[in-house]
Structure formats: structure tokens, C-alpha cells
Write a protein that binds this ligand. Structure first.
Ligand SMILES: *[C@@H]1O[C@H](CO)[C@@H](O)[C@H](O)[C@H]1NC(C)=O
Ligand SMILES: *[C@@H]1O[C@H](CO)[C@@H](O)[C@H](O)[C@H]1NC(C)=O
Ligand SMILES: *[C@@H]1O[C@H](CO)[C@@H](O)[C@H](O)[C@H]1NC(C)=O
Ligand SMILES: *[C@@H]1O[C@H](CO)[C@@H](O)[C@H](O)[C@H]1NC(C)=O
Ligand SMILES: *[C@@H]1O[C@H](CO)[C@@H](O)[C@H](O)[C@H]1NC(C)=O
Ligand SMILES: *[C@@H]1O[C@H](CO)[C@@H](O)[C@H](O)[C@H]1NC(C)=O
Ligand SMILES: *[C@@H]1O[C@H](CO)[C@@H](O)[C@H](O)[C@H]1NC(C)=O
Ligand SMILES: [Zn+2]
Length: 511
């Protein structure tokens, strides 16, 4: 009786909703939903506690601190531990289909500047990401290139066997290093074109212009003084000993999709699993990783109408590699089944602000694909209901939502801030310290469990829960997806903004 009744009810529902019938016939929605109550925001939020969040963060920190590198850099052991742990945690719910999605890329696992002297004087410098090593200690004359070193013709014959001196500007650091390598230089010094030191990347090799040489930075004033000295006829010699460990590694995204729910109308959420080399990356992005993981685990107690998927991306810090790989691996049909993507990168910043991606473009003029404004409005409502002020943050694609925007998938999310300086107005609203960056430990060793803001973290994690409960139960009023091809103009503007500034997020500069 029961079975017959259920089938009859199913048939009736299917003829009323042809889309669902089609999915069932395709076998895309074949798994019966578990006999669990439909998720509600109240229950899901309640289930997220600071105790559970901190426990997860502690696990990630423990992974990092079990190895000498004390980080969770893509390709490192602690990152692999993170990936395997996430997979196990998700599998233990039996609620998701969990897969690892491998991809390969270059990574600089370690870089040490043993010696850098110019004219015998020790120099304070940084190594560019993906820099090559010198063959031990090299001592060679310093040769100044013409112009900004963006063309092969800027590198005179004297460059061969020498250390080249190049100004920052106009083209990518990586192009300069490759042209220097192509011209036979033994190393390259790139001096800044503005005050401050340079912390930047050459971008992953290879490049057609040549192999990267060992590449280090110099302050603007020192660079200009050196150029003047050499152009005045002085012979200047530099000594350099750079040791880097650049390897091609295979790394994994962790993908988990609820067995239950309509897979033609999926909600995706994501956070990145890798840290930079400087530290364990517990706010960036352990906070987002553990935040969405806890929501995933709690969701397993409930039923959903729409499938909910979680992407734990590798290689964000090296240029949004994992999320880009994932999005580019989607067929057009599969991409259209993603109704929205929610990104959480840094949601426990010590000097926090409560920010929502500016999906409607009202604050920064860069809107997202249709639906992005609805997501922004949803989170605005979340904070408003709690009487907690929030503000927009630029929707520039500088985290893992970027590739989703490029594929015309509506996106959104919240963040508590990275290396932006807190304004006096922001301090008046959220407290903290004006004039300091929002996460004082951004990309540093101190980005660990001790230095998270737990109140902000719990608030944003419960925001994730609220959004999941909302979109997992209904897409009513949310714009339907249209085939890619619409919105191209907006997309290219944003892509240019992102690529013009950097490869990855915020401070990783390409030029
Ligand atoms: C990085 O390389 C240096 C020089 O070989 C070495 O002393 C250091 O232990 C390495 N660090 C890590 C984390 O592997
Ligand atoms: C070298 O530069 C770093 C970063 O800019 C700075 O913290 C440090 O004090 C500098 N050291 C010297 C000896 O100038
Ligand atoms: C380092 O230089 C060697 C010799 O030119 C080259 O074969 C290698 O590809 C370079 N490595 C990187 C990471 O560019
Ligand atoms: C610099 O070196 C070149 C070539 O070795 C030499 O001809 C020139 O006299 C030197 N200039 C000075 C100022 O020492
Ligand atoms: C909120 O964001 C808007 C748009 O960027 C900005 O003009 C305003 O100053 C921000 N408010 C605060 C308090 O930071
Ligand atoms: C976390 O970073 C702080 C620096 O802010 C440091 O004092 C502390 O020892 C670190 N925690 C661990 C467990 O190493
Ligand atoms: C954009 O979407 C509309 C319907 O929303 C459709 O008529 C049009 O053909 C689409 N354009 C492209 C280039 O796909
Ligand atoms: Zn991040």
C-alpha cells in the first residue's frame, strides 16, 4: 500500500512539474530523499557553535604545525592532510557523494635568500614566487636593462652572465624574469616603482620567452640610486644565493554533493583549503573551510529540495587554481544546473568588518550575473534581522567566486576583511583599530587559532547556515539561469580588473 501510494503521488507530482519528471527520467535525481525533516534556517543556525568551529580550526592548525614548514601550502603535507580530513569528514555523514578532483600545477614550496649583497653591502629583499635558484653563490656585474624590460630588445648583449637590474612596471614580473633568462642573465633584480617592498609572484612557469632566473626585489630608492651609479660609469657587482624549491605537484579539490535534492537546481558553496607559505592560514581560509564544513555536516540531519554542493578549492593563493579548474571542467549543461555559488574567504578577521559581496554593483559599479543581487540582499537581510550593521565589498572576483562569475554563474558571500586598512568610519561602526589592516596576520605566521575573532566567525558561519537553508528549500523569485553568452560585456570588465591587479587574491601581485 505504502509503496503504491508513494508512486502514485510521485507520478502526480511529476506531471505537475515537468522539469522534475525530466530529471527523474534522466536519473539525475534518482536517489530518494531520506526521511528527515526539511531543513530550516533556525535549526541549521542553532547547530553551528563556536566550539565546533574552533575544534575544526585547531585540527587545521595541528596539521600545519606537525611539519617544519608550519603552513598548509598547496602541495605541502599539511595541505594534503587537510584535503584527506575534509573528505573523511564529509564521507562520514553518508549524506554526500564526495570526490577528489585532481589537477596539477607548479608550486614554490620553499624559498630562502641566503645571500644578497650589492657592492659588498647586504640588501634587504624578497624572493618572487616561482623564482628560480642561483647555482649556489653567484657573483656577477649588475647590468641595467633598457626601458622597463618588457621586450627582448631591452636586454643588451652584456646581460649574458650578468645580474640584470629592471624597474617594476608596465608588464608582468614573470615576463621580465623570463626575458632575463632568455638573454642569459644569471639572476634578476626588480626594483619597485613606488615606495614599499614588493611581495609578488612571477606566475607559474613556463613562459615562451625563457626560463625564469633567480628573481629578487629591491626598494625603489635603492634601485634608482644603483641605476644612477651604473649609468655614471661605475662597475657594480652583486652576489646572490637564492635557493627555491619549485615543483610540479598534483593537488585536489574536494567536491561534495548532497545525494538528495534537485540536481538541476544546485546551490554551491566554496572555501579554499590552501594557505600561503608564511603561516597556517587559519583565518585565510581555515575560517571559511571550517565554516562551510560545519554547515555541511549539520545539513546532513535534514532534508533539502535543491541539491547542495560544497567545493573545497586548492590553489586559491596561487591564482584561484582549483576553482578555475573546477569551473572550466564543467560542461555547459552542468554549469547551467548551478543556480548560485556562495564564497567564504576570511570570516574571522581579528580587526573585522561585516562585508557582503556587492552583487548588485550599487557600491562599486561591478555587478554580478542575475541572481548576485538577490544573494547580496539575502545577506543584508540576515545582518539586518540581527540589528548588526554590514556593508558592501567590491565584487571584483579576487577570490574563488571569480571563475564562477566568468562562467556567468550568480555568486555572493560574506567576508570580514583581509589587508584593507580599517577606516575611522568602519571603526565607529564595528570597533577594532582604525589605520590597521582588517586581518593584522594576513598571510603571516600569526594567522593561527589564537588570532581569530570568534564572534565574527560564528556570526558569518550562521549566515552560511541561513543561506543554505534558504536556497536549499526554494529558488522562488531567484532568476533562472540563461545560457552563457549573456552578460559577456560585464564579465570582461571584471576579469580585466582582476587580472590587471593580480593573479590571485589581493596582495599577490603579478605586475
Ligand atoms: C627551506 O629551505 C631551507 C634551505 O634549504 C631550509 O633550511 C629550510 O628548512 C626549508 N624550509 C622548509 C619549511 O622546508
Ligand atoms: C627588511 O624588510 C622587512 C620588511 O619590509 C622589515 O620588516 C625589516 O625590518 C627590514 N630589515 C632591515 C634590516 O632593514
Ligand atoms: C630554472 O632554470 C633552469 C635552467 O635554466 C631551467 O631548466 C628551469 O626550468 C628553471 N626553473 C624554473 C622554475 O623556471
Ligand atoms: C668597468 O669595467 C670595464 C670593463 O671591465 C672597464 O673597461 C672600465 O674601465 C671599468 N670602469 C670603471 C669605472 O672601473
Ligand atoms: C560602505 O561602503 C560604501 C561603498 O563602498 C562606502 O562608500 C562607505 O564608506 C562604506 N561605509 C563604511 C562605514 O565604511
Ligand atoms: C599563534 O600565533 C601567535 C602570534 O600571534 C603565537 O604567539 C602563538 O604561539 C601561535 N600559536 C601556536 C600554537 O604556535
Ligand atoms: C540571452 O538570453 C536571452 C533570453 O534571456 C536570449 O533570447 C538570447 O538569445 C541570449 N543571448 C545569447 C547571446 O545567448
Ligand atoms: Zn583566502
Amino acid at each position: 500500500m505504502r509503496v503504491t501510494f508513494a508512486l502514485a503521488a510521485l507520478a502526480a507530482a511529476a506531471s505537475a512539474i515537468p522539469t522534475e519528471l525530466r530529471e527523474r527520467q534522466d536519473g539525475q535525481n534518482s536517489k530518494p530523499c531520506p526521511k528527515k525533516p526539511l531543513v530550516t534556517a533556525e535549526k541549521l543556525k542553532e547547530d553551528i557553535t563556536i566550539k565546533k568551529l574552533v575544534k575544526g580550526a585547531q585540527q587545521l592548525e595541528d596539521f600545519a604545525y606537525s611539519y617544519p614548514a608550519r603552513n598548509r601550502i598547496m602541495g605541502g603535507k599539511a595541505h594534503e592532510d587537510t584535503v584527506n580530513w575534509l573528505k573523511k569528514e564529509l564521507e562520514s555523514t553518508s549524506y554526500y557523494d564526495v570526490t577528489l578532483q585532481p589537477f596539477s600545477n607548479y608550486v614554490m614550496l620553499n624559498g630562502t635568500l641566503n645571500t644578497f649583497t650589492i657592492g659588498g653591502r647586504a640588501i634587504n629583499s624578497t624572493i618572487f614566487e616561482y623564482s628560480n635558484s642561483t647555482a649556489g653563490l653567484v657573483t656577477a656585474p649588475v647590468v641595467v636593462v633598457s626601458n622597463l624590460g618588457c621586450a627582448a630588445s631591452d636586454y643588451p648583449a652584456a646581460v649574458a652572465g650578468s645580474i640584470v637590474l629592471i624597474s617594476r612596471g608596465s608588464c608582468e614580473f614573470g615576463l621580465k624574469s623570463a626575458l632575463a633568462g632568455g638573454a642569459g642573465a644569471v639572476a634578476a633584480i626588480i626594483y619597485n616603482n613606488a615606495p614599499g617592498s614588493i611581495s609578488a609572484t612571477l606566475g607559474p612557469p613556463p613562459r615562451p620567452e625563457g626560463s625564469y632566473v633567480a628573481t629578487v626585489s629591491l626598494l625603489q630608492a635603492e634601485g634608482l640610486a644603483l641605476v644612477a651609479q651604473i649609468q655614471g660609469g661605475a662597475n657594480v657587482t652583486a652576489s646572490l644565493d637564492v635557493l627555491t624549491d619549485v615543483q610540479v605537484i598534483t593537488t585536489n579539490n574536494v567536491l561534495a554533493t548532497s545525494k538528495c535534492g534537485d540536481k538541476s537546481n544546485q546551490l554551491w558553496l566554496g572555501a579554499h583549503t590552501d594557505s600561503v607559505g608564511a603561516g597556517p592560514g587559519i583565518n585565510d581560509d581555515g575560517s571559511g573551510t571550517v565554516g562551510i564544513l560545519n554547515v555541511a555536516k549539520s545539513l546532513a540531519k535534514y532534508n533539502v529540495k535543491n541539491a547542495v554542493s560544497f567545493g573545497f578549492w586548492s590553489g586559491e593563493e596561487s591564482g584561484l587554481l582549483g576553482s578555475t579548474y573546477f569551473v572550466e571542467s564543467l560542461s555547459p549543461e552542468a554549469a547551467l544546473k548551478i543556480r548560485a555559488y556562495l564564497n567564504f574567504d576570511m570570516i574571522a578577521s581579528p580587526n573585522y568588518v561585516h562585508q557582503i559581496y556587492d552583487g548588485d554593483g550599487s557600491a562599486y559599479g561591478l555587478s554580478g550575473p542575475a541572481g548576485s543581487a538577490d544573494i547580496e540582499a539575502f545577506f543584508e537581510g540576515y545582518f539586518k534581522d540581527l540589528n548588526i550593521p554590514s556593508n558592501a565589498t567590491e565584487f571584483n572576483g579576487r577570490s574563488d567566486y571569480g571563475p564562477f562569475l566568468d562562467a556567468n554563474i550568480p555568486a555572493g558571500g560574506t567576508t570580514t576583511g583581509a589587508d584593507e586598512i580599517k577606516t575611522v568610519a568602519e571603526q565607529a561602526i564595528w570597533g577594532g583599530v582604525a589605520g590597521e589592516i582588517l586581518d593584522q596576520n594576513y598571510h603571516q605566521a600569526a594567522d593561527n587559532v589564537t588570532n581569530l575573532n570568534q564572534d565574527a566567525w560564528l556570526l558569518h558561519s550562521r549566515g552560511i547556515a541561513a543561506a543554505v537553508a534558504h536556497y536549499a528549500t526554494s529558488w522562488e523569485g531567484f532568476p533562472v539561469r540563461t545560457p552563457v553568452g549573456n552578460g559577456t560585456a560585464k564579465r570582461s570588465v571584471r576579469t580585466e580588473v582582476r587580472k590587471g591587479v593580480q593573479g590571485a587574491k589581493r596582495s599577490i601581485k603579478l605586475l
